[in-house]
Design a protein. Sequence first.
Length: 140
Amino acid sequence: MLNRVVLVGRLTKDPDLRYTPNGHQVATFTLAVNRTFSNQQGERQADFINCVVWRKLAENVANYLNKGSLAGVDGRLQTRTYDDKSGKRVYVTEVIAESVQFLESKKNNQSGNQNQCNSDHGPFSDTTDFPPISEDDLPF
């Protein structure tokens, strides 16, 4: 049998990090994943898929992903049931993530991008340190 889910999408809100009574970390988040087709009005729709991560990966997700972050999730589909307060049976389907890839760098709003090059001078604009190369030195 095969149970494998691979998703790429954006978080709909910040991950929710909690701890089990045994002290294990668990984080939950919802991933908005665009469908590959448009509806009759030409609009693209999205599916909102609940994901669960455990232990150290849960802490990393909670620390480094925010609402709107682009993430890749690799895991398995799992269903569970419980009875709500009124006694009605509730079915839940969620992705248990075994791997989460952070597909964007964390936005640093306080200090800005310190590695950004000046638009007038590219990273290779100062070539005074390079010796001249003759055509005879090139191997091709």
